[in-house]
Design a binder for this molecule. Structure first.
Ligand code: FES
Length: 179
């Protein structure tokens, strides 16, 4: 096994003119969130939630803006974003199909579920369809081991899944429209 390092220090950061952290968001963080914590670091997770909830993901520029507001190192922000699976550092599709890949689901046919998702969507794990509608990911245990295999489509948990159900469930999510 070999470690593959990323050239984070040399990475180019795209900047847009207007900040992601709007003055209203910054005010709310300063006046409502920050006073609840002993250190500014305590407000990091709520600040990241705010950005992700608003934009659907957390651009590098937004991470820099949060670091400046909280007076912490940008590296702390990016470390936090990359640690938690729930934070997105790149845009995702309108719908997210997340198949559990932990051990109970793996034993109960997760590979076939993932394959059925790939077949229906025409993408690999970690990719988004060209029309921006679906992103396919795998997650660790969804807390539904007794009814494995399990997957989340947006916020709906599907248990005891069979590969032949997958296409229909994805069609249903598409019919419901933007999540
Ligand atoms: S291992 Fe899949 S839900 Fe727990």
């Amino acid at each position: 096994m070999a470690w593959i390092t990323k050239d984070s220090a040399g990475a180019r950061i795209e900047h847009r003119d207007e900040p992601y952290l709007t003055p209203e968001m910054a005010d709310r963080l300063r006046n409502e969130i920050l006073p609840r914590y002993e250190t500014t670091m305590g407000a990091l997770l709520p600040a990241l939630h705010e950005i992700q909830h608003t934009y659907g993901w957390i651009p590098l520029q937004a991470m820099q803006e949060i670091a400046a507001l909280l007076e912490i190192e940008p590296s702390h922000v990016i470390d936090t974003v990359s640690f938690y699976e729930e934070y997105w550092s790149h845009p995702k599709g309108e719908h997210v199909v997340a198949v559990c890949r932990s051990i109970a689901c793996e034993f109960c046919g997760q590979c076939e579920i993932t394959q059925a998702c790939k077949d229906r969507l025409g993408i690999d794990v970690g990719e988004t369809t060209d029309d921006g509608k679906f992103t396919l990911i795998e997650l660790e245990c969804l807390g539904s081991c007794g009814t494995a295999p399990a997957a989340l489509i947006d916020e709906t948990l599907h248990e005891n899944l069979r590969p032949e159900q997958v296409a229909g469930l994805i069609d249903e999510a598409e019919r419901k429209g933007r999540h």
